[in-house]
Design a protein around this ligand. Structure first.
Ligand code: HPA
Length: 246
């Protein structure tokens, strides 16, 4: 079954029936929240709000290992991770949706592996590309069919947060080749890969990054989050129909 990890602006999915709520314990501790089994007109999926039920967990405090383990326990094999992000370059810009192609990890101190020789047997997974190409192609196909344009060549810089970046930090990310900036996706994507899950990030660009705008970033986020998540909803609907054939 499809598993959806909801990010900022997607703590719940409106207008979709919750047919089961599962509180899971994992060897890594508690996931961010109970997982919700959602019934759409076209099928079902599992949904996990990354930041907790009331959006109380900062990106660096999320138990990413418990979240990925919980999705595996639920029988999820394909994960669509939704993330609100800032735009650094001339594309993608606020209002756009991006199916992220690559990433650079600037986070630190997060429990980031199931396979570091302590938590489990040491493994050096290949992480290029970080997102599953076949799964990305399927998500892109669904978005095309439901008329939602996606940018497919974005590079996401993942910062530690919870503060936003300085203008100099954003200039450095741009020089490194990042076109987007966000605070999640890592270590989530790497853990998903270690766990053998197909994983892709659907990023909603909700603001121009620090130093690329004179306006308030929070005002920009408030202005564009709702419309962006409505687009995500359309993609999810199509994806559930395409993946839940059971
Ligand atoms: N920076 C980091 N994370 C974010 C941003 C940003 O500008 N917008 C949404 N998440």
């Amino acid at each position: 079954m499809l598993g959806v990890i909801g990010g900022t602006g997607l703590n719940q999915v409106e207008g979709v029936e919750i047919i089961e709520t599962r509180s899971l314990s994992t060897p890594w501790g508690q996931p961010s929240a109970p997982a919700l089994r959602l019934r759409w007109a076209q099928g079902e999926c599992w949904f996990l709000p990354r930041h907790g039920e009331g959006h109380t967990l900062a990106p660096h405090r999320i138990n990413y290992r418990a979240n990925i383990h919980a999705l595996r326990l639920l029988g999820v094999r394909r994960v669509l991770a939704v993330a609100a992000v800032g735009g650094i370059a001339s594309s993608p810009v606020p209002g756009d949706l991006a199916l992220v192609e690559d990433l650079i990890d600037y986070t630190w101190g997060r429990a980031h592996s199931f396979a570091d020789g302590l938590a489990g047997p040491l493994q050096h997974i290949e992480f290029a590309p970080p997102f599953d190409p076949a799964w990305r192609a399927q998500v892109a196909d669904c978005a095309t069919r439901c008329g939602v344009p996606l940018v497919t060549d974005a590079v996401l810089g993942v910062t530690q947060g919870p503060r936003l970046e300085t203008a100099a930090e954003i200039r450095r990310l741009a020089k490194d080749g990042c076109t987007l900036v966000g605070m999640t996706t890592m270590p989530e994507a790497a853990l998903a890969k270690e766990a053998g899950l197909s994983y892709a990030t659907l990023a909603v660009v909700v603001n121009p990054a620090a130093g690329t705008t004179d306006g308030s970033i929070h005002a920009a986020i408030e202005a564009s989050l709702g419309a962006g998540m409505a687009q995500v909803h359309r993609v999810l609907e199509a994806l559930v129909g395409a993946t839940d054939q059971a």
